[in-house]
Design a binder for this molecule. Structure first.
Ligand code: GDP
Ligand code: GDP
Length: 453
């Protein structure tokens, strides 16, 4: 899976590396793991909405100066740009446009890559707009005022940026569903993997994943192909000497991040543990579709209450995943194993589903009629103007309101429940974003307070 690359370009000291760290959430730089390719540029992975990409700091681009090492830097920038899906030209809002900026801009306009203009060091919202406006002259379209140090303005910049990048789902072969099988040791992950492989029997091919020691396996059922992510991670313990207690949660987190849908495998005999809860929390945080697979169902002594008791226990402990389907299976006997891929298909369809704005607003109107937003002691009442689904994977909705502070957590949860009840989306987490009419101003105010000099 090759992620699209975003090249950060600009003369030295404008704040490129600060901005790169900000966009990548200051995660550690990853070493590009491609056999035979040496790269001395630093790539960092970044995420925004449903997009994932790599940001590369080109290290500074100067045309006028001809000191000895500059040709090398320029070469780096050119090489980075050659493979980039988009570029961000960073300029310094406090110093205003310089001759170097103009030269770089002129050159960038001749390249075929889309370019965004980030005017950095704009901590002050009022001054920032004026500082940014000076850069219209570069002819690169709208200048975005940002502050790499404080993070302000980067949301707008990223929104504009990701419109130039392919969605994650488009990065993969479209017909492929990426499935991560995660769970504690000994819950039956490799038994399930073998069951899938046995069931599909068509193509089973190991494919190298994103790093050298991950192996994905592709199986197919009918027309549908499933990429089982990081099967090496599942099987590893069999030929490695660490004890059965070894459990690489980070490896599981990586697999979750690379998947469309996660099979969280838990053990019916042991019940839900803290490790299961950690994984569940991450699945929800990352916005992945999910199916909870309760394995070893054959080993449970059952009476007429058993299923009820289990559902209650699991529901209480995995409350983050109350939207996920639960399947009681046995990898050993094969009971209900074929249902797992059916549930995967359904969860993925829900994860990708889009509902029209009119349907969203019908649900909202109804919800508000049943239960109006709360009023503060000062007599101010929350108002929801309208809502719309902004993205899928996971399905995300923006609700435009008079003032998000007036919509209490309780009320928000109520609306979320109404969305669930009326819109379904079983198998997919959903997100609600509450946006005030004047949210922009509110954000700016808080930035302003933080940077008051
Ligand atoms: P690069 O050479 O373009 O990679 O620039 P750096 O990221 O190393 O930053 C150069 C200088 O600008 C450093 O002293 C930073 O602290 C400063 N700087 C970077 N971003 C900002 C910002 O958003 N606001 C302000 N005021 N200074 C910044
Ligand atoms: P993993 O560590 O999660 O990959 O777990 P394994 O697939 O290696 O299974 C661990 C142990 O549980 C093995 O001894 C399996 O035979 C056993 N096991 C796996 N699935 C089932 C099941 O559905 N029922 C029962 N009774 N045992 C199972």
């Amino acid at each position: 899976m090759a992620l699209p690359v975003v090249a950060i370009i600009g003369r030295p000291n404008v704040g490129k590396s600060t901005l790169v760290n900000r966009l990548a959430g200051a995660k550690e730089a990853i070493v590009y793991d491609q056999p035979g390719v040496t790269r001395d540029r630093t790539y960092q992975t970044a995420f925004w909405k449903d997009r994932e990409f790599q940001v590369v700091d080109t290290g500074g681009l100067v045309f006028a100066d001809d000191s000895e090492f500059l040709p090398h830097i320029r070469e780096q920038a050119l090489a980075a740009l050659a493979e980039a899906a988009a570029a961000i030209l960073v300029v310094d809002g406090q110093s205003g446009p310089t001759e170097s900026d103009r030269e770089i801009a002129t050159w960038l306009r001749q390249q075929s890559v889309p370019v965004l203009l980030a005017v950095n060091k704009c901590e002050s919202p009022e001054a920032g707009i004026i500082q940014a406006a000076q850069f219209w002259e570069l002819g690169l379209g709208e200048p975005y005022p940002v502050s790499g140090i404080h993070g302000s303005g980067t949301g707008e910049l990223l929104d504009a940026l990701v419109s130039h990048l392919p969605a994650m789902s488009e990065l993969e072969a479209d017909d492929e569903i990426r499935v991560a099988i995660v769970g504690r040791p000994n819950v039956g992950k490799s038994s399930l993997l073998n069951a899938f492989v046995g069931e599909s029997r068509a193509i089973v091919s190991p494919i190298s994943g994103t790093t050298r020691d991950t192996i994905d396996m592709v199986v197919s059922r009918g027309e549908q192909r499933y990429r089982l992510v990081d099967t090496a991670g599942i099987r590893k313990k069999k030929n490695v000497s660490y004890g059965p207690e070894f459990f690489s949660i980070n490896r599981s987190f990586k697999a979750i991040r690379r998947s469309d849908v996660v099979l969280l495998v838990v053990d019916a005999v042991d019940g839900i543990t803290e490790q299961d809860q950690k994984l569940a929390g991450r699945i929800e945080d990352d916005g992945r579709a999910c199916v909870v697979v309760v394995n070893k169902w054959d080993a449970v002594e059952k009476d007429s209450h058993t299923i009820y008791d289990y559902n209650r226990q699991i529901g209480a402990k995995l409350y983050f995943l109350d939207w996920a389907k639960r399947l009681y299976v046995s990898a050993l006997t094969g009971q209900r194993v074929p249902k797992i891929l059916d549930a995967v298909d359904e969860a993925v369809a829900q994860h990708r589903r889009r509902v029209s704005t009119s349907v969203v607003n019908e649900v909202l109107e109804d919800a508000v009629s049943w239960h109006t937003p709360p009023t503060t002691r000062q007599g101010r009442q929350g108002r929801i103007y309208y809502g719309t689904q902004v993205t899928t994977q996971p399905p995300s909705f923006t609700l435009f309101v008079n003032d998000p502070k007036l919509l209490t957590d309780n009320y928000r949860r109520y609306i979320e429940r109404q969305f669930r009840e009326n819109l379904g989306f079983e198998g997919a987490p959903i997100r609600l974003f509450w946006r005030g009419k004047k949210m922009r101003d509110l954000d700016r105010d808080s930035v302003n307070r933080a940077t008051k000099v």
